[in-house]
Design a protein around this ligand. Sequence first.
Ligand code: COA
Length: 643
Amino acid sequence: MALSASLLIRQGLRNGWSGYIRTCASSFAMVAPSRSLHDHQGSLPRLPVPPLEDTLNKYLKTVKPLVTEEEFQLTEEIVKKFAAPGGIGQQLQEKLQQRAKKTDNWLSEWWINAAYLDYRWPVVVWSSPGLVFPLQEFKTLDDQLSYAAKVIVGALDYKKMLDDKTVPIDHMGKDLLDMSQYFKMLGTCRIPGVTRDSIVYHGQSDNPPKHIVVAHNNHYFKIDMYGKEGKPLTINQVLHQLRNVVERSTHPTNPVGILTTQNRNVWGKAYKKLRKDKLNKASIEDIQRSIFFVALDGPIVNPTGNEMTDAALLCVHGNGSQGYAGNRWYDKTIQFIIGKKGAVGLTYEHTPAEGPPIANLMDHIVNFINTGNFQKEDRTMKERKLPAVELDRPKRLMFNIGDDIKQEIEDAKCALDSLVEDLEMTCFLFTGFGTSFIKSQRLSPDSFLQMAIQLAFYRIHKEPGAHYESASTRKYLYGRTETIRSCSTESVEFAKTMLDENASIDEKVSSLRKAVEGHKNYAKDAVHGYGVDRHLLGLKLCAIEAGMDVPTLFMDVGYIRSSHMRLSTSQVPARCEAFMCFGPLVPDGYGCCYNPRPDSVVFGTSAFNSSPETDSATFRAALEESLMDMHDILLKSGLKAKL
Ligand code: COA
């Protein structure tokens, strides 16, 4: 998401298998079985190293709207010196090209470390997004547990597709995409370290896990998912196990999981202490090795009056120590969250994957539940008279918590609660129009929405905001993301024209089309690996690895201002009415994630209370006003043309 890359700013498929092709973005058309994934992965092109001059020219364009003329002149001089023949830029470019020749993807290892594992801030709010499923209504405990059971079985159904290697291959336009992230979602866990974290992919080991871990009232239970016969449990069997979990955890226990919300250095040190005890070590390993994690939560604490926002906050931070943050293990890649009254979703640790594969997993689960695919299987189980009681009962994972760990828990509670206090969100369904209308105007829906976000920011702050959008570079082997720098000279011109009472409709429409076009061009470059940010990062890391000084370019006001992403945004499409959400990237910024749909757009927006300048409700109002203004000028200009 916006997130991964932004974090930086703030500081095997071995066997051949049949794949299917499907589009990754707004639509998910299935196409006939295609070639094996092995062949597919092997045929993917390598991430290019863009020509230095192209990147620097593009970079200058993105800096221009964010600095004064004087500052821009200085940036130009620095860039010129950097790019001079035989200069530092060329030396670094050569090093990068050498690296690209020797690796499958010159960025991937650097990226995982720089964007995630070296990142020391808490994963909660700062890195791990929430994904809110369509809201449910649970009247009884059994409603909640039944839904949880369906989510679990739906996820295992998806796992089977991964294991059988029949998961559809994504494509964007005509490009087939890298699928490696899909195989890293399940069985994965981040491990805290004192200076750098690591990540373990148990799902890809020779002995992949067969259990999940379920948390209730901060108690953890290991549940075998394949029974004695080695067959996945049915919904009824899972439900039986969940009831057992709840019966055996009626009172909250020490919220040891809250330690995973800490600053990574702090958690890294506490982790070492915690693991010294044999019992703790075994329990931690069961959590880390699990296929995924499921949190059964109680009712929302401190409701905001907006159910979507409540569900988003529950997914992002669990409402802190007074809520359910201890009922988690935030290092685990996938944690499903099933609230008491119907808030359902997940939070995911971002290191192994971007939002779209996670959203596909969710879509599969929601579709699995809605189409009742499980009912047939459950009937068969009943016919086969396989009683749920034959299953081993869920194993309680025990922890010995001494005074030192108790103190760590208290510290973690304090740290998390101030973060929880600081984050505010406004999530909503915009129903004015959706992608159908935008397409009917011969405009790119994503670029249109990005320009609406630019306009909203300008409307509030009367100045442009550096703006991050993630673009997928999965058309390349092991590709992750590139930044689309959505703030441009055209976007600023557009915002000014839209807010100018004296500008005519034609002027407004023309500036809108230019801004959308400019964004679309940048987005195209970015998905092809020709953005600015990853290339510059590569050059910087080449310098660091070679023991050279970090070039002045990275200390310049142009670089700093254009990388202070006051808008951290991302499109994560889903087939159902779900949405992803995350915190802002910078203290005076906004987070904004959206799921564009044919007749609506679902938005998850965020800001920090500690910033007097930003407020997500104000941002929502400005965004909706901007969207409607853009809609209206297009309609008016269309009518005028007809007359
Ligand atoms: N007129 C009519 N239709 C148009 C159009 C135009 N001028 N321009 C685009 N469209 C259509 C497209 O053909 C596409 O059609 P489809 O619905 O049939 O597929 C649809 O509108 C959407 O296209 P658009 O909105 O332009 O872009 P996109 O959906 O391809 O998204 C990105 C652009 C950058 C978001 C996408 O390429 C991407 O990289 N997504 C991944 C982001 C990511 O990883 N996020 C998670 C980070 S954790």
